[in-house]
Ligand binder design. Structure first.
Ligand code: CA
Length: 438
């Protein structure tokens, strides 16, 4: 058969493309722990909770020491993780109530998500764990960019049982696999999520890159752990903290198993892993440790929003590194897109690709300023070593975090110049936000 020159060229080049060894794009794994005290991991200074696998992940890459979530609550931070935008820009600054029918109560459907972007570019995408971005069918992870989804849609779940679909409340809804309720509860929930994460990795063809969002609800309430994990932390006096520690130990095993699944594929150098908390540890239920930081979940003091944050990519990031500049959970979006060689969507992002900063190709801080707004009642901003916190109708507080990491000495009266400069930027940022949707 004779081929025209154009067809011959097309066939030849097509064949060349098929056989050329293009570098494989990296797998991307995002692991989130829920309501984790920032001082409750080994590498963050915990003395009583053993987290060898998370510590090993931290040692393998870079620890971001000034990293923040976008909100002191679970759901808005996740909205920021999935979109790379301050969730307040689209009116998202509270946890939505669990509701199967109200489409206002979830991540707005016009917001393009990271898994949608990665999926469209050829990534296999998997969600496992706590979604908390809306409970209606339109908000389901499968409809928001994930090929595979296993978990639950609310803000928390019982770790040991589930109810029947018809009668369940948010904490007891049946675990969902791709839109269908699991007929049988899959066992201790943290361990089940780990099992699913490993299965997802194993099932992905080795040439195809994947994105895995492993969102453990551990160690969020309710406080429940099997005896095997309680035994592992039996050095802690019996009580809430022992159970909390056991829940973290189970999640730590999950991180270990996930990394082992990557090693088994020989893809350590082809896998970018980001690990972070979603907000600070809560004040009670149980008493968590936020280390030296002031405050707890729900507050805009450091204890509510500063989170453990690790980025690992062997071969690209030097083991044992540290980044002391401002980093946000919003940055997952751009970092992932850049790693996957995907040009960012046109919509304005608040997210920064961290890799050039981590690799010291770019000097300075990924962010000049970071901002927070909680329920249109409290604002905060971080600029360099300064932290401003202001409640509606009250005077601003100002802290110098280099000298005073625990925010004990309000220096607003002495440094009115700094207060005015930062507050002017907060006001400008605030003008670009939408009213609260719920
Ligand atoms: Ca949380």
């Amino acid at each position: 058969m004779m081929l025209t020159r154009r067809k011959w060229l097309a066939a030849t080049l097509g064949g060349m493309q098929a056989t050329a060894q293009e570098p494989r794009r990296p797998n991307i794994i995002l692991i989130v722990l829920d309501d984790l005290g920032s001082g409750d991991l080994g590498f963050m200074g915990s003395k009583d909770i053993p987290t060898p696998h998370i510590d090993a992940l931290a040692t393998s890459g870079v620890v971001c020491t000034a990293a923040y979530s976008t909100h002191p609550f679970c759901s808005p931070t996740r909205a920021g993780l999935m979109t790379g935008r301050y969730p307040q820009r689209f009116g998202y600054e509270n946890n939505p109530k669990f509701d199967r029918t109200n489409e206002v109560l979830g991540l707005p459907l016009d917001q393009r998500t990271l898994p949608q972007v990665l999926q469209a570019s050829g990534y296999r995408t998997g969600f496992i764990g706590k979604w908390h971005l809306g409970a209606t069918p339109a908000h389901h992870p499968n409809r928001r960019g994930f090929d595979e989804a296993f978990g639950f849609s609310g803000g928390g779940h019982d770790y040991l049982r589930q109810g029947a679909a018809e009668e369940s409340d948010g904490d007891l809804i049946p675990i969902d696999r791709n839109g269908k309720p699991e007929p049988v509860f899959p066992g201790y929930l943290t361990t089940a999520f780990t099992r699913e994460a490993v299965a997802f990795i194993k099932k992905t063809p080795s040439r195809q890159p994947f994105f895995l969002y492993l969102a453990y609800n551990a160690p969020h309430s309710p406080l429940q752990a099997p005896d095997s994990y309680l035994q592992r932390v039996r050095h802690i006096p019996e009580g809430e903290r022992r159970t909390y520690a056991a829940m973290i130990a189970a999640a730590d095993d999950g991180v270990g198993a996930t990394m082992e699944a990557i090693r088994a594929r020989g893809q350590e150098k082809e896998t970018l892993v980001i690990f972070c908390g979603d907000n600070g540890g809560p004040a009670s239920d149980p008493k968590t440790s936020n280390g030296v930081l002031r405050g707890y979940k729900g507050q805009l003091y450091e204890g509510g929003i500063r989170v453990p944050y690790v980025v690992s990519w062997p071969g690209k990031i030097a083991a044992g590194s540290r980044l002391d500049y401002l980093v946000s959970t919003l940055d997952v979006f751009s970092t992932a897109c850049a790693a996957a060689q995907i040009p960012l969507p046109d919509t304005p992002r608040d997210s920064v690709d961290l890799m050039p900063y981590i690799q010291r190709l770019v000097k300075g801080s990924p962010h000049t300023m970071l901002f927070w707004r909680h329920f249109e009642q409290v604002w905060a901003a971080r600029n360099d070593n300064w932290k401003l916190v202001r409640r509606k109708g009250e005077a601003a507080e100002l802290y110098n975090l280099t000298e005073d990491p625990s925010e004990t000495r309000n220096v607003a009266a002495e440094r009115g110049d700094v207060v005015d400069r930062i507050w002017a930027q907060v006001e400008r940022w605030n003008k670009g936000l939408a009213p609260r949707r719920f």
